[in-house]
Design a protein around this ligand. Structure first.
Ligand SMILES: *Cc1c(COP(=O)(O)O)cnc(C)c1O
Length: 398
C-alpha cells in the first residue's frame, strides 16, 4: 500500500526536477570550485549566483545586493548565524535579546547559549493559540535591546505570528529583527520589506529541496563581517568553507519551483486542511484543534486527543501506512511534552496527546478520506492503547 505522507513540516521529498538539476552538478564537468578563476570554476560560481538571485526575488530582497543572501547548511545554521552574528556585532550597543517561548530549538537554544555568555534574555509568553502579543514585545524592549528573534509560523501548531507589526516596532526602535521563516516560506508570502525583517532564515528540505541546505538573508546595513566558522573568505566573509554547489543549485531550483505554484497549491492544501480539522473535531470525541483557528499555515492541522497518546497514534497510523507526527516522544519510559504546547498553557498530561498532520504536494482528497477511515478504526479499538500506556508509564488515565 502506498504510504500517505502527512509530515511535511518535518521534511519534504526532493522534487525530481530539483534532483535532476543537482545531478548535473555532481557529475560531468560541473565539479569546479566556485573560487577558481578558470572556466569550471566560473560555471559553478554562475550557478551559485543564479540560486542567490532566485532567493532574493522570492523574498523581496534586492537582487542587485547579492551579498544579502548567505548560503548555509540549513535552517539550524542560519538561525545560529543570525543570532550569534547580530548579538556580537551589536554588543557595544547593548546586551538584551528578545525571543518567544515557542521558537524552534535552533533559535531557543542559541539564545539560551548566549544567555550563558552574559547576554540578557527575555522569553516572551504566547496565548492559548501560540501567538505572541505585539504589546508584550513593546513592553519587553529596553535601551539595551539589540535583537528580537521571532518565528514567522510555528512548526508544531502552525500559528502565523504578527511579524509585520513586530517588525515595525523593531524598526522604530532601531533593533535588529530576525525571523525564522522555515515553515512559512513557500506557503504564504514572505517579503522582507513588507515584514520589515533584517535577518531571515529559510531551509531547503522543507520546500522540496535537499537536506543540509539553507540560506540567511542579511539586510544591507544590519550586517557584520564575521563567520561562525573560521576559514576562507567565502560568502563575503559570512560563511567560510567551499560552497556546497549541488546543494545550493538544488535549493535555488526548489525556491524557483515552489514560488511558481505557491498561491494555487496553498489554496488546494487549505481545503484539505479544513476538511481534516472539521472531520476530526466534529466526528471524534475529545479531539481539539491546537494553534490558531485561522491565522495558521495552509497545510497545517494539529490536534490534542483527550483519550489517546500522540506517539501511540503515530505507531498505529504507521502500521496503516500513514506517516504523521507528534510533539512528544516516549523514550525509555520517560517523555518530554512539547515546549510549544506547554507554553500555550496545555497541562503536561494532556500535551502527550498531540498529533500533527502537515500536508504537501503528494497529498490528495483520497488521502484525507483514507486517514479519516483509519482514525475511525483506531479509536474504536482502544485495547492496544491501554497496553501502550502501561509500557510507557504515563500518568494519564483512560
Ligand atoms: C526545520 C526547522 C528548522 C531547522 O531547519 P534545518 O534545515 O532542519 O536545520 C528551523 N526552524 C523551523 C521553524 C523549522 O521548522
Amino acid at each position: 500500500m502506498r504510504v500517505i505522507y502527512f509530515d511535511h513540516s518535518a521534511t519534504t521529498p526532493v522534487n525530481p526536477v530539483v534532483a535532476d538539476e543537482m545531478y548535473n552538478f555532481l557529475t560531468g564537468d560541473n565539479f569546479g570550485n566556485p573560487s577558481s578563476l578558470y572556466r569550471f570554476g566560473r560555471m559553478a560560481r554562475e550557478a551559485i549566483e543564479g540560486a542567490r538571485n532566485n532567493i532574493a526575488l522570492a523574498i523581496g530582497a534586492n537582487p542587485s545586493q547579492p551579498g544579502e543572501i548567505v548560503f548555509t547548511s540549513g535552517g539550524t545554521e542560519s538561525d545560529n548565524l543570525a543570532i550569534h552574528g547580530a548579538a556580537y556585532a551589536n554588543r557595544s550597543r547593548g546586551n538584551h535579546i528578545i525571543t518567544s517561548a515557542v521558537e524552534h530549538h535552533a533559535v531557543l537554544n542559541t539564545v539560551k547559549a548566549l544567555g550563558q555568555q552574559g547576554f540578557k534574555i527575555t522569553i516572551l509568553p504566547v496565548d492559548q493559540y501560540g501567538m505572541v502579543d505585539v504589546r508584550d514585545v513593546a513592553e519587553a524592549i529596553t535601551d539595551q535591546t539589540i535583537l528580537i528573534t521571532i518565528m514567522h509560523a510555528n512548526n508544531e501548531v502552525g500559528t502565523i505570528m504578527p511579524i509585520a507589526e513586530i517588525g515595525k516596532l523593531a524598526q522604530k526602535r532601531g533593533i535588529t529583527f530576525h525571523v525564522d521563516a522555515v515553515q512559512s516560506f513557500g506557503k504564504i508570502p514572505v517579503n522582507v520589506d513588507e515584514l520589515r525583517v533584517d535577518l531571515l532564515t529559510i531551509s531547503g528540505h522543507k520546500i522540496y529541496g535537499p537536506k543540509g541546505t539553507g540560506a540567511l538573508y542579511i539586510r544591507t546595513g544590519a550586517g557584520w563581517k564575521q563567520s561562525l566558522l573560521h576559514g576562507g573568505a567565502q560568502e563575503r566573509l559570512r560563511r567560510a568553507g567551499t560552497e556546497n554547489v549541488p546543494g545550493i543549485v538544488g535549493l535555488g531550483k526548489a525556491v524557483e519551483l515552489i514560488m511558481e505554484n505557491m498561491e494555487q497549491e496553498s489554496k488546494r492544501l487549505s481545503i484539505l486542511r479544513d476538511k481534516l480539522i472539521k472531520e476530526l473535531t466534529s466526528n471524534f470525541k475529545g479531539v481539539k484543534l491546537t494553534g490558531h483557528p485561522y491565522q495558521r499555515l495552509p497545510n497545517h492541522a494539529s490536534f490534542l486527543f483527550e483519550d489517546m497518546e500522540g506517539e501511540e497514534l503515530q505507531f498505529q497510523l504507521d502500521a496503516q501506512n500513514i506517516a504523521a507526527s507528534t510533539g512528544s516522544a516516549c523514550t525509555s519510559g520517560s517523555m518530554e511534552p512539547s515546549h510549544v504546547l506547554l507554553a500555550m498553557g496545555v497541562p503536561p498530561a494532556e500535551a502527550y496527546g498531540s498529533l500533527r498532520l502537515t500536508l504537501g504536494a503528494g497529498n490528495s482528497n483520497d488521502d484525507v478520506d483514507r486517514f479519516l477511515a483509519v482514525m475511525g478504526s483506531i479509536i474504536e479499538n482502544p485495547d492496544e492503547t491501554i497496553e501502550y500506556f502501561k509500557s510507557c508509564g504515563l500518568p494519564k488515565g483512560i
